[in-house]
Design a protein around this ligand. Structure first.
Ligand code: NAX
Length: 332
């Protein structure tokens, strides 16, 4: 439909998508005045489940939802889209090694990168949620050379939201009164959640988060570990991985990319330019970014101490290894 925004969600029969598609279709992401055409992609064995999701979406009678296209055809799914939320991925099975998981996903994101290149608008904005999210996003971008690298990103907003909520609870203030929490690096257990530059609003005054928390040992140890291991903690209790919170974070990520961040920063996995914080060029690395008119810029000039340096380098090293493994798998 000509006046609507065309949004693709992959892995659309899965659990994250179940919370995500309703939020997109309700206007929570692209605005309450923006009609939406929703494209839902999954694999052929999931088409029946996907048809059920379509019935439910129709049954919501949503004012902004103009059309729903459910398909297992990659070319059809990527045609003329304005935004892509790439959630579908091959899950890690028992006994599977990291490199096998990477190789299986590289195949998916190579195909989807080529489909973006061939069928999507050149202005499309892409967020990869499916794991390993950073490297999957890198591969999709690699196989879509006609689309600017700045249009590709991966989700670390869930990690940011987890970190923000943890410190807000610790200080005893609303989540909205904590700003500028940073996630550096990979969406994996090597990520570095950093609150050194974050601000809290307490009694109307803006205070540095470390001064508000007053417990450096907690911030350097338990806090970091809790954020790094939060996904595993949810799986242990729910017997399923984070879905509602992952969908909410995906909405936050896309909302801010399209609408801007004002004076604060958010964290996004984006392509490293080689000139920011000593991170090698060409990695899909999570940085603090400011967004204006749909364009993100890495926040520059933050002071990095030895503790942070070591953590930022460790997660970059893991991403370099993943990148090498993924590119090798592409040749195979
Ligand atoms: P589900 O297993 O519920 O759903 C995944 C869906 O993707 C399935 O319906 C499956 O058929 C589909 N799929 C598989 N291959 C596909 C392909 N080639 N094209 C289209 N669809 C395909 O998983 P869910 O809980 O929804 O999680 C989805 C992904 O998000 C996983 O890779 C998961 O690890 C990742 N996560 C990433 C997070 C992040 O912060 N970046 C956090 C949450 C989540 O763990």
């Amino acid at each position: 439909m000509a006046d609507s925004m065309k949004v693709l969600v992959t892995g659309a029969a899965g659990q994250i998508a179940y919370s995500l598609v309703i939020a997109v279709a309700k206007g929570d992401v692209f605005g309450k005045d923006k009609p939406i055409t929703l494209v839902l992609l999954d694999i052929p064995p999931m088409m029946e489940v996907l048809e059920g999701v379509v019935l439910e979406l129709n049954d919501c009678a949503l004012p902004l939802l103009r059309e729903v296209i459910a398909t297992a055809d990659v070319a059809e799914a990527f045609k003329d889209i304005d935004a892509a939320m790439l959630v579908g991925a091959m899950p890690r099975r028992e006994g599977m090694e990291r490199k096998d998981l990477l190789a299986a996903n590289v195949k998916i994101f190579k195909e989807q990168g080529a489909a973006l290149d061939q069928h999507s608008k050149k202005t499309v904005k892409v967020v990869v949620v499916g794991n390993p999210a950073n490297t999957n996003a890198l591969i999709a971008s690699h196989y879509a050379p006609s689309i600017p690298k700045k249009n590709f990103s991966c989700l670390t907003r869930l990690d940011q939201n987890r970190a923000q909520s943890l410190v807000a609870h610790r200080i005893g203030i609303p989540n909205s009164d904590v700003k500028n929490v940073i996630i550096w690096g990979n969406h994996s257990s090597t990520q570095f959640p950093d609150v050194r530059h974050a601000k809290a609003v307490i009694g109307g005054k803006v205070v540095a988060v470390p001064d508000a928390v007053k417990d450096d040992s907690y911030l350097k140890n338990d806090f970091i570990k809790t954020v790094q291991q939060r996904g595993a903690a949810v799986i242990k209790l729910r017997k399923l991985s984070s879905a509602m919170s992952a969908a909410k974070a995906t909405c936050d990520h896309m909302h801010d990319w399209f609408s801007g961040t004002g004076d604060s920063w958010v964290s996004m996995g984006v392509i490293s330019d080689g000139n920011s914080y000593g991170i090698p060029e060409g990695l899909m690395y999570s940085f603090p970014v400011k967004i204006q008119n749909g364009n993100w810029q890495i926040v520059q000039g933050l002071d990095i101490n030895d503790f942070s340096r070591a953590k930022m380098d460790a997660t970059a090293k893991e991403l370099l290894e993943e990148k090498a493994m993924a590119l090798a798998a592409c040749q195979g």
